[in-house]
Write a protein of this length. Sequence first.
Length: 218
Amino acid sequence: MINQNLQVDCIITDPPFGKNHYTNRRKVKGTIITEKGIKNDGDNKELLDETLSLSNQILKNNSHIYWFCSWDTVNIHLELMRRYFTVKNALIWDKKNHGTGDLKGSYAGRYEIILFGHKGRRELNEVEGTKRHDDIIVYPRIAPQKLLHGHQKPVGLLQFLIKKSTNEGETILDMFAGVRSTEIAAKLSGRKYIGFELDEDIYKLSLQRDNELNIINY
């Protein structure tokens, strides 16, 4: 249970999209965990609404939220997010190479959507000498042999979002923490971090990343 008195400076999270997703993508050794499905990934509109409502309560005024979703669920996520935040952009994360799917009957998908919202208003930071970045963000997807989780996000992508929306010492929240990529990105960027993960199997899997966290000076 999240303490509703908690206050954070930015939320970056990758919730279950609500599409009963299973992956056929395999690692070199074994299979990634989402081959068995993802918890709460069915008809989860109520869960997403409750999560966004709570997000609004614990996000400080004049702060940002980043919310990952897919093209075929964005209408649901956008409707819910607009109840609680001012949605400024639908960012496109270009993964630089495509995934699987209907290999002969559809175009090859190579992007995800990140809904970007404000609670109040906060200006974006300059990152690497650029103040205003495009709404298409290019970071290669993680190679299959390096994946722990089928929806694992690149640390570099998360660091970019963190640096655009927060200052050193501020606190990032991820309520669907997965294998702790946001935690690694936050600590590499000199930010504090709070994360939650419901699935015990995924949490145990994330412990394999303790070596990555232990080398970070924080």
